[in-house]
Design a binder for this molecule. Structure first.
Ligand SMILES: [Zn+2]
Length: 174
């Protein structure tokens, strides 16, 4: 899979711990949730008119394990998805409005997207171009973060420029 170096997901330590907690509570089932924050455009100092996109995480919403907490369930239930997005993006963080930046879920083993995941990544991207209720592009260019339930390794993926690409996840304070 192509590596996309211009896009990075920045996870602060607190959010990273919340992801692990979410995975452990759901175990042995798949955990899932949504990461909210904002996307910073950082100019590339080496190259004019080139930008890096840093997806800055500010809040994580874990879907409680008593609901069917698979990511397919979430994506297929637009109403639930929209309710969570509405609630979380309504709150602001340091007076900054948040948006959905990443869809998170766990796998029993490994961090690579399944065929179903890839279908859903593509579907959400398409969906964002036809649905305007939640602001144009609410689902456009989302990073999918997948965590291995055993060793807590995490990787990020994006459907970008009609291609599945891997992005880097940075673990540091915002
Ligand atoms: Zn998956």
């Amino acid at each position: 899979m192509k590596i996309q170096n211009d896009i990075k997901l920045v996870l602060n330590p607190e959010i990273f711990l919340n992801l692990i907690k979410c995975v452990e509570n759901a175990f042995p089932n798949e955990a899932c949730g949504l990461i909210f924050g904002d996307i910073l455009e950082v100019p590339n100092e080496q190259q004019e008119d080139d930008y890096f996109y840093h997806y800055i995480s500010r809040k994580f919403h874990c879907i409680p394990p008593d609901k069917s907490s698979s990511v397919s369930f979430l994506i297929e239930n637009e109403e639930l998805l929209h309710d969570i997005i509405k609630k979380e993006t309504h709150e602001s963080h340091n007076n900054k409005k948040m948006r959905l930046i990443s869809v998170f879920h766990s796998h029993p083993k490994g961090t690579f997207p399944s065929f179903t995941d890839m279908d859903q990544m593509k579907y959400l991207d398409y969906f964002s171009s036809i649905n305007h209720e939640f602001g144009n592009k609410a689902f456009k260019n989302l990073i999918w973060a997948i965590m291995d339930a055993i060793n807590h390794e995490i990787n990020g993926f994006i459907y970008f420029e009609r291609e599945f690409q891997q992005v880097k996840i940075l673990r540091r304070k915002n």
